[in-house]
Design a protein around this ligand. Structure first.
Ligand code: FPP
Length: 268
């Protein structure tokens, strides 16, 4: 029965969904990358299926994109499916693909109207054709937008990305002496993009798990116990406030020049 006692009602009411006013930030990361972890635990703690957790995770994406756009972040990379996730039960893998498709179907028009450019990181070839087509359509439709670039990393793995870049160099016949950090960077899936400034991982695990392992060499890491479906505008603000207090030195001493040394900083 639904509780009538006010104190008991408070226990079951969801936490506030109101969007807080934008806080003043000391620095804004231009590229934020997120490992959206914790969907399974979020569901299990509610007696729901893991797929329900991924659905709630998919629903958490739009408010986060909106908030980061409000803050003036220019690139957001979201990790939706890793090359290692193929080892999960087939039903779960299929459900994640369907959620990716539904996300595009539900949000493409609105994302386009608000100036979001969609891009994809990772290998599209192994994805089901109905998902690949959606992703390609979304990339094409939004290619001229410039408010925020949303990279969906779907079937992405950091080491696979590096291996493919090196394979490209070898196929092109590049001499060993000409293999440089720049020549590798320019053949990664993130080619032309600024490297991530801030890498957020939700769900309480404190590890990188093969996400953007090359590109995040100088990223600031932010780990939070908040499970991804609970991650919202408040949580984004907390991460960005924390980022604003970091002192980035890029291996240099703090003589004021360090910020000039951000590697691969030419992209959006
Ligand atoms: C990690 O949580 C999450 C995933 C492997 C899938 C993420 C997918 C979505 C957020 C939905 C679809 C994506 C898009 C881009 C629309 P986990 O399952 O490892 O959680 P656990 O560690 O609690 O088990």
């Amino acid at each position: 029965m639904f509780p009538t006692d006010p104190e008991e009602i408070n226990l079951v009411v969801e936490p506030t969904l109101t969007v807080p006013p934008l806080p003043h930030l000391r620095a804004i990361p231009r590229h934020v990358a997120i490992t959206m972890d914790g969907n399974g635990r979020w569901a299990e703690s509610r007696g729901l299926s893991r797929v329900e957790g991924h659905r709630a995770g998919a629903d958490a994406i739009r408010p986060v994109v909106e908030r980061l756009a409000e803050h003036g972040v220019s690139v957001l990379t979201l990790w939706g499916f890793s090359t290692e996730n193929w080892g999960r039960p087939r039903d779960e893998v299929q459900a994640i693909f369907r959620l990716g498709r539904d996300f595009i179907d539900q949000h493409l028009e609105e994302l386009d109207e608000t100036g979001i450019q969609l891009r994809h990181l990772g290998n599209l070839e192994r994805l089901p054709v109905w998902l690949r087509r959606r992703v390609e359509k979304a990339i094409e439709r939004t290619k001229n937008n410039s408010k925020l670039m949303l990279n969906l990393a779907f079937n992405y793995g950091g080491r696979a990305d590096i291996v493919e870049a090196v394979q490209d160099l070898i196929r092109e016949g590049v001499n060993a002496d000409d293999v440089t950090e720049e020549s590798i960077s320019s053949r990664l899936a993130t080619e032309g993009l600024r490297e991530p400034d801030l890498l957020i991982r939700t769900g309480g695990e404190v590890r990188v798990s093969n996400f953007l392992v090359w590109q995040a060499a100088y990223a600031e890491y932010y780990f939070t116990k908040t499970l991804w479906p609970d991650f919202n505008a408040h949580a984004i603000d907390a991460a960005l406030i924390d980022f604003g207090h970091r002192q980035r030195r890029f291996g240099l001493v703090d003589n004021g020049d360090a910020k000039e040394h951000f590697p691969n900083s030419s992209g959006p």
